[in-house]
Structures are given as C-alpha cells and as structure tokens.
Design a binder for this molecule. Structure first.
Ligand SMILES: [Zn+2]
Length: 140
C-alpha cells in the first residue's frame, strides 16, 4: 500500500472532489511496484499560460517541439486543469521519477481503470497517446 505524499495531497485537495477522491484511493490501493505521485492539480490561467509558453516564442510559435508540454494556452483554449477537472501524475521507477512515456502510460491506465471500477470515467493521455500522465474527468 502506497502512502500519499504531501505534494500529491495538496494537488488532490485543489481539484474536483470526485476526481481527487478517486485518484487518492487509486494511490493508496496501488501495488508497491506501481508507484506514482500527483504533480499537478488545479491551475490558474496564468499558470497554464506559462506552461503553454514552454518551447514557444513570444508569438506562440513552436520553436522547440521537445519542450512543448501543452497545447492549451489558458485563454482561447483553456485547460481542464483550470476548472479543477484534471490532474497530472508521474510514475516512479526504482524510487525515482520516471518521465518515460511508457512508465507513465502504465500508471495512467491503472488510475483510469481503478476509477472506472469506482464508476468515475477518466480520459487523458492514456487514450490520446500524448501527455501520458494527464487524466481528466470525462465530460458527459
Ligand atoms: Zn495535465
């Protein structure tokens, strides 16, 4: 049984309680070999804009595709993080954060599957094949 780190908990406190509760339960129930943390929850428009700026110039043109972390600019294209309907998780491998997409797809698929079993529908990177650790409440 995993414990919920302070950072994970503060991210989970910031989001929709349905999302926060199910991800917290998934963390607690995760087997030891499937270690992960929550690294982002609710964001302001300014925080989203700053993330969108990564890899882009002042005009918003992509200048370094490898640095791009989001296509949502926080204004014209808001992120579901801004309404507290999304979290980002990251996998740990051998006690270290792993940014490898394959590791993050595994933990995201686990969380989405756990949530589905609890009747909470999540979508995100695991379905889009991009932004592996992003999970959001599915809109109905
Ligand atoms: Zn995200």
């Amino acid at each position: 049984m995993a414990s919920v780190s302070q950072r994970s908990e503060s991210c989970l406190q910031s989001v929709d309680p349905v999302l926060g509760d199910v991800v917290r339960q998934a963390l607690i129930a995760a087997p030891p070999w499937l270690d992960f943390a929550v690294i982002s929850g609710k964001r302001t428009a300014e925080e989203q804009r700053a993330l969108w700026q990564k890899g882009r110039n002042a005009n918003g043109d992509i200048v370094d595709a490898s640095a791009v972390v989001t296509h949502k600019d926080g204004a014209r294209k808001p992120s579901r993080h801004q309404t507290g309907k999304a979290v980002d998780i990251v996998a740990f491998r051998d006690g270290q954060i792993s940014w490898k997409a394959e590791d993050n797809y595994i933990v995201a698929a686990y969380v989405a599957g756990f949530a589905a079993a609890c009747g909470v529908r999540l979508t995100g990177g695991v379905r889009w094949r991009w932004d592996a650790g992003h999970l959001e409440l599915e809109t109905t």
